[in-house]
Design a protein around this ligand. Structure first.
Ligand code: FES
Length: 263
């Protein structure tokens, strides 16, 4: 695998038809494939795609793949900013391709895989580490007691629902983790997405004292909230506008309160 951390990598190679037509879009796309000799050296390929009003970056990538080079590899699924599979580095910023209008981007549009993750092929990164971090926070509702009747509702107050509402928007795209310089230098750091997940359940009034205590221990550990340096890089790129940095600061306050002693 190639570790894609250098955002100023060399631009080399071109396998697209070149056009100067004003209705075309120029995309420079990162290419790498460890299984193909000609692509073992990372490079950028140029693609010139016919532009149509309302076209998203994902539309552009699909056109590049379907009409120019069927070996171009990237993830996508829902096309509506829900599945989180097409987070990419676009002109130096993490974005969802399906949520990004081509008309909002400067050309040539430089498209790279998410930084700080191993590249599997072209724009596809290995998400294993990200998923490991997420699962380290027990990202599921876990009350101390469950109702006898499994179908009985576990009600949440309107206020508590409002409190966790934004944190539930996470689509596991990994954009925040990729933008976080702390996560880039500390493999053990839980990172903004996982801490947001911890926030989502720690603040849920329906979980009991035992689980609350367990979650606090996860939040307080060495590579958790105290690693955050409040740079707001995660919040700035979150495609669902989750106030990630604020949530982490709130968890810090909870950790401090836990350590306070009153005599
Ligand atoms: Fe699902 Fe973009 S394709 S989030």
């Amino acid at each position: 695998m190639s570790s894609h951390t250098d955002q100023s990598g060399t631009v080399a190679g071109s396998n697209a038809e070149v056009s100067t037509d004003e209705h075309t879009v120029h995309m420079k796309i990162f290419r790498y494939d460890p299984e193909v000799e000609a692509k073992q050296e990372p490079r950028f390929d140029d693609f010139y795609i016919p532009y149509e009003k309302g076209m998203t970056l994902l539309d552009g990538l699909l056109t590049a793949r379907d009409k120019h080079d069927q070996s171009l590899c990237f993830r996508h699924s829902c096309r509506q900013a829900v599945c989180g599979s097409d987070a990419l580095l676009v002109n130096g910023r993490q974005r969802l391709a399906c949520q990004t209008q081509i008309s909002d981007l400067e050309e040539p549009i430089r498209i790279e895989p998410l930084p700080n993750q191993d590249v599997v092929k072209d724009l596809v990164v290995d998400m294993t580490h990200f998923y490991d971090r997420m699962h380290a926070t027990d990202p599921y509702f876990d009350p101390d007691e469950t109702p006898d009747d499994g179908l009985e509702e576990q009600r949440q107050s309107r206020e508590n629902r409002e409190k966790v509402k934004l944190s539930t928007r996470c689509i596991w795209c990994g954009a925040c983790m990729s933008a976080c310089t702390i996560a880039g230098s500390d493999d053990q750091y839980l990172g903004p997405a996982a801490l947001n997940k911890a926030y989502r359940f720690y603040m849920d009034e329906r979980e009991g004292d035992d689980k609350h205590r367990e979650r606090l221990e996860i939040i307080e550990q060495e590579h958790a909230v105290w690693r955050c340096q409040t740079q707001f890089s995660c919040t700035n790129v979150c495609p669902k506008n989750i106030p990630l940095t604020e949530h982490i600061q709130e968890l810090k306050r909870e950790a401090v309160k836990d350590q306070l002693k009153f005599w």
